[in-house]
Design a protein around this ligand. Structure first.
Ligand code: HGY
Ligand code: MN
Ligand code: MN
Length: 403
């Protein structure tokens, strides 16, 4: 049996980011493709039947693929400069759980699969959970195909270059119909469990969340020859908008508002920008509040832009409603695991997308600092092992395993 941390040790050097720290593993980058190869090899070493579906999702089957399947898994892609565990812990723990079930002499009474979903972070193409959204029919395949990365490559081009026919992308009703339940294990991205002293927890819900792009346009010009009174500087407007995001979100209890990405055009040190794009991540448990935050922000951005002689536009890039997981399945997991805490997740997951189509639940493993989406993300080996044991127990129960 390979423990999760031993499995993760095998990929610890894949996609390290020397500039940001941590890992940068965008979907179908060399690094993420290397992780996919690692997963396929590890699955085949275990005699699992591996396939890639029309949406680029990897499936590793214990037993013949078939209806009434119980599926687990997560993602391998990362945010820029992300941690080692957001996504890969769920994939490694699934392999480890299968090892443990076999060591116990258990055989699933239902098909059991480990799935690896592409582009969960949306770091390359801007929309979160593209793989699970395509399968679930919650993104228009034409929109997905035309999404572009920072270098102008379309998703269709990148998928084609990686052996996935873009014309086949889309809702996979047959595959969904064959899945009885999906359970995703993930590192907790917060301090809920460390404050409760709980190595394992389940998810009750996921905060609704979305991503919007604000584009400020002004007059590009020379930094030395343009008097201060003669400027229409979108960078100054954008800077005020960043502060407005903080002010507006802080004014709504439970809301989160973040600007983590800002891109000036042309981006020269001695150049007044002509355009500045910035991306806003807004989250709240009530979708109407999320919408009203964005509305208030856009109105504020309009006033800010006008005062600076600039214009501003808003584009919605990705939106996920608040998700409440299947209460019956979550309760069933707690009969197996004991009365573990039920947490609200501030982070989105593929499980959140699939919950709209199939009974879905999540297991969380304690994060001792709560830090995630940063190189400092960490996990204790004992907790990672506890997570794999919990997943094995849950999968054995759900697949009506025989000993
Ligand atoms: O952004 C999120 O919540 C997730 O990590 N994709
Ligand atoms: Mn993440
Ligand atoms: Mn994740």
């Amino acid at each position: 049996m390979e423990q999760p941390m031993a499995l993760l040790g095998q990929i610890a050097d894949v996609g390290r980011d020397g500039r940001r720290g941590g890992y940068s593993r965008p979907v179908h980058s060399t690094a993420e493709n290397e992780l996919r190869e690692w997963f396929v090899a590890a699955a085949e070493q275990r005699g699992l039947l591996v396939e890639t579906d029309r949406n680029g999702i990897l499936w590793a089957w214990w037993g013949q693929p078939g209806p009434d399947a119980v599926v687990t898994g997560s993602h391998l892609d990362s945010v820029p400069g992300g941690g080692a565990f957001d996504g890969p812990l769920g994939v490694a723990s699934a392999l480890s759980a299968i090892d443990l079930m076999r060591r116990r002499g258990q055989r699933p009474g239902r098909p059991l699969a480990v799935a690896v979903f592409p582009e969960e972070e949306g770091s390359r193409f801007g929309v979160a959970c593209i793989g699970s959204r395509l399968m679930a029919g919650s993104i228009d395949p034409d929109k997905a195909r035309t999404l572009t990365d920072a270098d102008g490559n379309t998703l269709a081009d990148v998928y084609r270059a990686n052996g996935i026919a873009p014309e086949h992308l889309g809702e996979d009703g047959d595959r969904l119909a064959g899945i009885r339940q999906f359970v995703e294990l993930h590192i907790e991205q917060g301090r809920g469990q460390v404050d409760l002293g709980a190595p394992v927890a389940v998810a009750g819900s996921i905060l609704g969340h979305g991503r919007w792009k604000l584009t400020f346009r002004g007059q590009g010009n020379h930094a030395g020859t343009t008097l201060m009174a003669d400027r229409a500087d979108p960078m100054v407007a954008a800077a005020q908008a960043v502060v407005a995001v903080r002010r507006i979100a802080a004014g709504r209890p439970g809301a989160r508002g973040t600007v983590g990405r800002l891109s000036p055009i042309p981006g020269g040190t001695n150049v007044i920008a002509s355009q500045v794009d910035l991306w806003v991540d807004v989250r709240h448990r009530q979708d109407a509040v999320t919408a009203s935050i964005v509305e208030e922000l856009y109105a504020a951005a309009g006033l800010i832009a006008a005062a600076e002689g600039c214009t501003v536009t808003l584009t919605e890039e990705s939106l996920s409603p608040t998700v409440r997981f299947n209460e019956g399945l979550t309760a069933e997991l707690r009969t197996v695991l004991g009365a573990v805490p039920v947490l609200e997740s501030g982070a989105g997951h593929d499980a959140g997308v699939l919950a709209a189509r199939i009974p879905t639940a999540m297991l969380f493993v304690r994060n001792p600092t709560g830090v995630s989406h940063a190189p400092q993300e960490q996990i204790e080996t004992a907790d990672a092992d506890a997570g794999a044991v919990a997943l094995a127990d849950v999968l054995a129960h759900l697949t009506r395993t025989t000993e």
